[in-house]
Ligand binder design. Structure first.
Ligand SMILES: [Zn+2]
Length: 248
């Protein structure tokens, strides 16, 4: 009781001297609000794709994986990314403004929703999309790793960042068309044999690939191809991201 009172006093003082703003609309946050104000929280554009195994994101991803995957792969994102909506600042803050706290906060929410779903509840290994070492060196961290580590913690599944490696530095995907994006990343990933053997020794049944944003699925499709080539066909490979670009 005493501790929580002191914590509240400390939080109130911090808010007084260094007010925190809502990541989406900039409105000043109340003491009990974290990253989002109550209005932006109420309007949060959740996808609910973790409850719908057949969804537009999974359809798009399955187009990319149909040559090397016999089953329909599961795919889910926490929320819709629309260029005109302020929710785009969540992945942007993680990627460009070093705001790992917000990234972890929303990724944990994604992880809890995946853990409670039928499609993703049995995930037993989480693999982040790797960043080329030169980009990681420039930013100091891999944003997909930040998302994947919070998701893995909520799923109580091991995080395996040693399995995939980005062997080629690709040009930024932002301004490329879909076909150019596929070409850009098609041979950018490979697996580390020793790490794959360690993963196979765990006898996983369901592996989850994690990235920050799903745009065309080209990057995740290339990672899927690299993993599919070395994992037994019985192992299901699904994907999850913080946001999915809503093209509608
Ligand atoms: Zn707000």
């Amino acid at each position: 009781m005493k501790n929580s009172f002191l914590r509240d006093v400390a939080a109130a003082l911090v808010d007084l001297y260094a007010p925190r703003g809502c990541i989406v609309c900039g409105r000043r946050l109340g003491m009990r609000e974290k990253h989002l104000c109550i209005y932006c929280m109420a309007d949060f554009p959740l996808t609910f794709y973790w409850l719908r195994t057949r969804n537009p994101m999974a359809d798009e991803f399955n187009v990319r994986t149909s040559e090397h995957e016999k089953r329909y792969a599961f795919a889910a994102a926490l929320f819709f990314y629309r260029s005109e909506a302020g929710y785009k600042y969540i992945p942007q803050a993680l990627k460009y403004e070093y705001d790992r706290g917000a990234g972890r906060f929303f990724a944990a929410r994604l992880g809890r929703l995946l853990a409670s779903s039928e499609a993703f509840g049995d995930v037993d290994a989480v693999i982040p999309v790797p960043l080329h070492w030169t980009r990681k060196w420039g930013r100091g961290y891999n944003q997909a790793f930040v998302v994947a580590s919070a998701v893995a913690a909520e799923l109580s599944a091991p995080l395996r960042q040693d399995v995939l490696v980005r062997c080629r530095r690709t040009v930024s995907q932002t301004r490329l068309g879909t076909e150019d994006k596929i070409k850009n990343v098609s041979s950018a990933f490979r697996v580390r044999k020793r790490a794959v053997k360690k993963l196979a020794d765990m006898c996983p049944r369901h592996v989850l690939l994690v990235d920050d944003v799903f745009t065309t699925g080209a990057t995740l499709g290339a990672c899927h191809r690299a993993l599919r080539a070395v994992l037994p066909p019985a192992v299901r490979i699904s994907v999850a991201t913080l946001a999915v670009v809503d093209a509608s």
